[in-house]
Design a protein around this ligand. Structure first.
Ligand SMILES: Nc1nc2c(ncn2[C@@H]2O[C@H](COP(=O)(O)OP(=O)(O)OP(=O)(O)O)[C@@H](O)[C@H]2O)c(=O)[nH]1
Ligand SMILES: [Mg+2]
Length: 315
């Protein structure tokens, strides 16, 4: 069953892929087995992260970028990560509606993922879905994430190139510095450049970047002005993404980022395996007992953790 499903996905079967992605989100065993079969056939796609504050125009920009890449004959996958709180649940369909003009194009596959509020889940479901698109043969995979916090900095580790989207009217700049975005973004897009203030934001950003990059031989992240709604600047942005890929390929950066991605996935997998192991070897009652001991201050969290670990290693 998993073999057949894996083969169908490798042949580009859209319905099979959608089914598998649903299974991955639900942590279904069969789905995870199928994903494992696909793993040897991944690693070919170029992954581009698109991050920025809510409403900055990321989805509109991605929609336009799809066109630019398709124009170059490349196939495209899109993963829109929706940081839905556990309260509201479920992925928003808005992105798919917005990108509907590409819905009948077989060279494009768009998928939203709900993250249910915690980063581990985000990375796991997203990496799984990226692998599926990769195995389907998509050349470029665009990953949209909302926000300008630490979480987004971590998500950039999933990508080969990270595009950070800001707008003329946003006060993002200071927050970006705090979150360390300046250090991790490879390309900046100042979207909604049809509005006043785009050039000022560009100048501010440029001077901040000049302060951070000290080595003269270091790459300076380009800043592109875009108007996603009418496509202005989008060709240039697509060009900068491809140039960055070229740059990485020439300087051994691709391999470095691949290792970083693998490291992140390994950490995720270890964490998840340990959690399963704890669930099966240390019963819920025992864990609750340890919680009682913590509450009553009979044990410290560190001592309780040692207790759990010692039970895991006991034959
Ligand atoms: N004036 C102007 N409006 C734009 C531009 N690009 C996007 N918008 C508008 O900005 C609004 C938000 O666009 P989205 O593409 O949904 O932004 P987003 O960053 O994906 O939003 P979230 O996913 O909700 O964080 C929409 O109403 C767009 O039409 C632009 O270049 N200029
Ligand atoms: Mg969006």
């Amino acid at each position: 069953m998993t073999v057949e499903l894996a083969n169908r996905i490798r042949a580009g079967d859209v319905r099979a892929a959608a089914r598998l992605m649903r299974g991955i989100e639900e942590c279904d065993r069969n789905a995870l087995d199928t994903l494992e079969r696909l793993y040897p056939h991944t690693g070919k796609a170029y992954i581009v992260g698109v991050t920025g504050a809510p409403g900055g125009g990321k989805s509109t920009l991605i929609d336009a970028l799809i066109g630019a890449f398709r124009h170059r004959g490349m196939t495209v996958g899109v993963v829109a990560i929706d940081p839905t709180s556990p309260l509201t649940g479920g992925a928003i369909l808005g992105d798919r509606v917005r990108m509907q003009q590409h819905s009948i194009d077989e060279g494009v596959f768009i998928r939203s993922v709900a993250t249910r509020g915690w980063l581990g889940g985000l990375a796991r479901a997203a990496t799984g879905i990226i692998h599926v698109m990769d195995a389907m043969g998509k050349d470029t995979i665009l990953v949209e994430t909302v926000g300008i916090g630490q979480q987004e900095v971590d998500v950039t580790r999933l990508a080969h190139s990270s595009v950070f989207v800001l707008t003329p009217d946003s006060g993002d700049a200071i927050q970006m510095m705090k979150a360390g975005i300046l250090e991790v973004a490879d390309i900046f897009a100042i979207n909604k450049a049809d509005r006043e203030g785009a050039l000022r934001v560009k100048a501010d950003l440029q001077s901040m970047l000049n302060m951070t990059s000290s080595l003269p031989e270091e790459r300076h992240p380009p800043i592109v002005l875009t108007e996603a709604v009418n496509g202005r600047g989008v060709e240039e942005l697509a060009g900068e993404i491809l140039k960055h890929r070229e740059f990485l390929a020439c300087h051994g950066g691709l391999e470095k980022r691949e290792r970083e991605r693998a490291r992140l996935e390994l950490a995720e997998a270890v964490e998840s395996a340990l959690r399963d192991c704890i669930d099966s070897r240390v019963g819920k009652a025992s864990r609750e007992k340890l919680v009682d001991d913590l509450v009553q201050r009979k044990l410290s969290p560190r001592a309780a953790a040692s207790e759990i670990v010692s039970r895991l290693v006991r034959p």
